[in-house]
Design a protein around this ligand. Structure first.
Ligand SMILES: Cc1cn([C@H]2C[C@H](O)[C@@H](COP(=O)(O)OP(=O)(O)OP(=O)(O)O)O2)c(=O)[nH]c1=O
Length: 194
């Protein structure tokens, strides 16, 4: 039985897309709230990998009674000049992130971890995103949509911010929160996906 250890509706939607034709991917959802803090000096990719592993591990603890449980945890961060942008605290924090991202190229790193009793595997997706120049009026208009809330880097590629993206070199689903190519490879390794 597969469990998604995530409260993100985007991850639920993306994982559901791995159902195809007659082969349905059924999964349960585990709610967890884990602190996400980058340690001083911790490289961004290591941080993202660690948090994804911790989410999957915390999920596995919730379903320990089920020996056939496979738990998926994932984490997404936006990285610019070694600075890690997680989810903004408030609108002012979101505005500051968008001002920094304006006219620059950043990376979106998403790690996916699969754990089952006695087994663990991970994949990571790194995408390069070239952002449009955003003046204050555009940033204010975007903030008013509320879309920034709960999104790493204060934007959503799947929403109005699609028009901010001049170029994407990587995985669209990875930027959105769950890289489907890498996730499908892991699920096949664990025999969850045919
Ligand atoms: C960059 C970007 C991020 N995001 C989202 C994906 C993630 O949900 C979120 C990053 O925060 P995460 O901490 O990775 O995930 P989360 O707190 O939403 O969910 P959970 O930890 O329970 O799994 O940002 C988008 O939806 N679109 C985007 O374009």
């Amino acid at each position: 039985m597969l469990y998604l250890a995530s409260k993100s509706p985007r991850r639920r939607e993306l994982l559901g897309r791995l159902s195809s034709g007659t082969s349905r991917l059924d999964f349960g959802v585990l709610d967890l709230d884990l602190p996400e803090h980058c340690q001083p000096g911790e490289p961004a990719e290591e941080y993202v990998r660690r948090v994804a592993r911790e989410k999957a591990g915390a999920g596995l603890l919730q379903v320990m009674g089920n020996p056939s449980a496979v738990v998926l945890g994932s984490d997404t961060e936006v990285v610019l000049d070694d600075e890690v942008f997680g989810k903004p605290r408030d609108a002012a924090d979101a505005a500051a992130m968008l001002r920094k991202l304006s006219g620059r190229t950043h990376e979106v790193i998403t790690a996916v971890s699969l754990v089952s009793p006695g087994r663990e595997a991970q994949a990571v997706s790194v995408s390069k995103v070239v952002f449009a120049e955003l003046d204050d009026a555009r940033i204010d208009a975007y903030l008013a949509t509320g879309e920034w809330d709960g999104k790493a880097g204060a934007y959503a590629i799947q929403g109005d911010a699609e028009t901010f993206i001049a170029r994407l070199d990587g995985s669209y689903s990875g930027v959105m929160g769950l890289p489907l190519y890498e996730t499908a490879v892991l699920l096949r390794q664990f025999g969850v996906l045919a």
